[in-house]
Design a protein around this ligand. Structure first.
Ligand code: PLP
Length: 376
């Protein structure tokens, strides 16, 4: 059967705001300024205000946001950066690109974000930065992580690529650490129609350094004050992001409503829904459930036309490109067990009530069918 409800659907988000986006694109096209003009400036201001931080610096992608943030903190060869292995490759790739060594630690069994105790145990004299990842839109345990980092003299760089609008104790993610890195990849809660990213900070000197790093170290055009790079967000993407930012809170609310319906429908099954926490707000970039028979369950959902995904099939410390940084299979048991059980169900604000109901019913009937199967 062909997929009738895809796992993600960035086109639907364009269609939802088509008139406003088309008008914004036209405005940018007709302005004659295509790089670093009024749209980027306005977006940076509006995004910073949305998060409650003084500075947002737009860059070309979430990967470069992480990498430039690490460079702004002077991370390089000889340094260690603590991160998780249950994340997008970008988190670890950005560390490696600076010449620093990634130290991947395990996650908490409930929310699958950085385990504060394991982070504390991994700190060494080489450690310079810790990167908590707000996985699937769920804020990590920022209060504990920031307290441990402060005591050890480490900078916190939040990977907020999946968590635009998530919060911890009412404060937006990205505003807790020294720096927060965001991605605007099309499927993200705040997605461009192409690549984009941003780094946010309360520190004016870091913001200034990031502005230099993203454009060849230029304070004055064509004259490099420091060694920098080309990592610019373009005017078209900024104009589109400004439209989508206006709708982000409503879109996140819709994701949360869909998640609540899924959780209710799964209550009578052996599928484990994602946990929620009183002090932390998730924005459900993904709705990720766990099931011991993950692959057959995925097949049964596919047979019912329901698209699913796995975030992520292979943890970074077991991938060929990065395994030499880790201690091999069995070293991060919570992460490794999770990657064998995770399934991401369809979630995006434009899912209709009928489609949400269809996903719920498909899950219930797939689980019932699975339960009737022989054990092996
Ligand atoms: C957790 C995480 N970090 C970083 C990134 C990198 O962002 P981008 O794809 O914009 O480079 C992503 C997105 O793929 C992500 O999910």
């Amino acid at each position: 059967m062909t997929v009738t409800i895809p796992q993600a659907n960035p086109r639907a988000n364009y269609e939802a705001y088509r008139e406003e986006i088309d008008a914004a694109v036209r405005r940018a096209l007709e302005s004659g300024r295509y790089i670093h003009g009024p749209e980027v400036e306005a977006f940076e201001r509006e995004f910073a205000t949305f998060l409650g931080v003084p500075h947002a610096v737009a860059v070309a992608s979430g990967t470069e946001a992480l990498w430039l943030a690490l460079r702004a903190l002077n991370v390089g060869p000889g340094d260690d950066v603590i991160a998780v292995s249950l994340t997008a490759v970008a988190t670890v790739a950005a560390i490696v690109e600076t010449g620093a060594r990634p130290v991947m630690v395990d996650v908490c069994a409930d929310d699958l974000t950085l385990d504060p105790a394991r982070f504390a145990a991994a700190i060494s004299p080489r450690t310079k930065v810790v990167i908590p990842v707000h996985l699937y839109g769920q804020a990590a345990r920022l209060k504990e992580i920031c307290a441990i980092a402060e005591k050890a003299g480490l900078a916190v760089l939040e990977d907020c690529a999946q968590a635009h609008g998530a919060a911890c104790e009412g404060r937006a993610v990205g505003s807790w650490g020294r720096l927060g890195a965001f991605s605007f990849y099309p499927t993200k809660n705040l997605g461009a129609i192409g690549d984009g990213g941003a780094v946010v900070t309360s520190d004016p000197s870091l913001a200034e350094r990031l502005r230099l790093l993203r454009e060849y170290g230029w304070r004055e055009r064509y004259v490099s004050a420091i060694h920098g790079w080309n990592s610019r967000l373009d005017e078209l993407q900024a104009a589109i992001l400004r439209v989508k930012l206006l709708h982000l809170t409503a879109d996140n609310g819709r994701r949360t409503g869909i998640a609540a319906e899924y959780t209710r429908a799964l209550a009578a099954t052996d599928v484990i829904p994602p946990p929620t926490f009183a002090d932390r707000t998730t924005v459900y970039h993904q709705y990720v459930v766990r099931h011991p028979q993950r692959d057959p369950l995925r097949e049964l959902l596919a047979a019912r036309g329901i698209g699913t995904a796995i975030h992520y099939p292979v943890p970074i410390h077991l991938q060929d490109a990065y395994r030499h940084f880790g201690a091999g299979p069995g070293s991060l048991p919570v992460t490794e067990r999770a990657t064998a059980e995770l399934i991401s169900l369809p979630i995006y604000p434009e899912l209709s009530e009928r489609e949400v109901k269809e996903v719920c019913e498909a899950c219930q009937s797939a689980v019932a069918e699975l339960a009737g199967w022989p054990e092996n």
